[in-house]
Design a protein around this ligand. Structure first.
Ligand SMILES: [Mn+2]
Length: 324
């Protein structure tokens, strides 16, 4: 693995950057991408965040400007002369997670910054540290290395990243250093209350109706160690919800008293099932996801399986059974 010092040097030597995250970007991904973008702005460098679709409404408190990003479909590599731009991938555990971004890499220099344990180091420079709760934490140390002083806007991105990936400081990945970083972010003016309102007090009516429908179908294994939620096409169509609106509901399954593993099965298309896995204390769900070609963290992972819904449920639950 390369050092943050090396990555800092590389960034300081260049002027044009393309920033890539993962498909269906979460709070860590969005917060990290824009915090890095605004840090590069502050250093007088050109950079552009590339996204699949505009940032979700729930990230509105970050005040992301229309000029801060481009959609892949609008992107023409006119920043510098193409060959000059350094690409930076954030929070993407493997190349496929970059989605359309993967096709743009060709001969560009790529810096890969991540905290997923399975990241194979697909960049020219790689900093992968699974000890870090969020990529936002890694960026905090990178900014220190770059001699950049934090301010409210950049800090808000880091805070969103850290709050999201620690589940509001509830997950095992929360370290003493996490709180120290947060204390510092608060000191530079990051409004944690407003941020939490944005993340947790900002549901759409539709999404809560969907939550009700989905939770009514919660199931529990006989020995009560595994709970799961099945979301079929009909439920998605009835509520008009997108698959990404529901995958987060897996935490309700995990959070049942006595349950170790929570699973959600979302039928995103016929014979295409998105599986989300969460564990509480000991089950390495990244191993289960990897068995089916996916990946993730020890306590949060996922995969896609191209089989019938019922068959997928049986397969995954019997694999989970080996661990709980
Ligand atoms: Mn992350």
């Amino acid at each position: 693995m390369d050092t943050l010092e090396l990555i800092s040097d590389k960034i300081l030597q260049h002027n044009d950057f393309i920033l890539l995250g993962h498909v269906e970007p979460d709070g860590d991904c969005i917060g990290s991408l824009f915090s890095l973008k605004w840090a590069l702005d502050k250093l007088g460098k050109n950079s552009l965040v590339l996204l699949d679709s505009p940032p979700e409404e729930r990230f509105g408190f970050l005040s992301i400007g229309d000029d801060d990003y481009r959609l892949f479909e609008q992107f023409k590599p006119d920043l510098a002369d193409g060959a000059e731009a350094v690409y930076i991938a954030l929070d993407a555990g493997d190349l496929d997670r970059l989605g359309p971004g993967k096709e743009l890499l060709s001969n560009h220099f790529l810096i890969n910054i991540d905290h997923h344990p399975g990241n194979p180091g697909y960049g020219n420079l790689n900093y992968i540290n699974p000890e870090m709760a969020a990529v936002g934490e890694i960026l905090y140390y990178l900014f220190l290395e770059m001699g950049l002083s934090l301010e409210q806007k950049i800090g808000s991105g880091l805070a969103l990243a850290i709050i999201s990936d620690t589940g509001g400081f509830r997950y095992q990945n929360t370290r003493a250093a996490t709180y120290r970083i947060m204390a510092e972010l608060t000191e530079v003016g990051v409004d944690i209350y407003r941020l939490n309102q944005g993340i947790y007090g900002n549901y759409s009516y539709q999404s809560l109706k969907l939550k009700g429908l989905v939770l009514a179908n919660l199931e529990l294994s006989r020995e009560q160690k595994t709970a799961w939620i099945i979301v079929n096409r009909a439920m998605l169509e009835e509520t008009g919800a997108a698959p990404e609106d529901v995958t987060g509901l897996v935490s309700y399954a995990r959070d049942i008293r006595g349950v170790e593993v929570g699973v959600i099965f979302v039928e995103i298309a016929p014979r295409e099932i998105k599986v989300g896995l969460r564990s509480k204390q000991y089950c390495p769900v990244n191993q289960i996801a990897a068995f089916f070609g996916g990946g993730g963290h020890v306590r949060a992972a996922g995969c896609k399986i191209k089989k019938e819904l019922a068959q997928t449920v049986d397969l995954v639950l019997s694999k989970v059974q080996d661990y709980v």
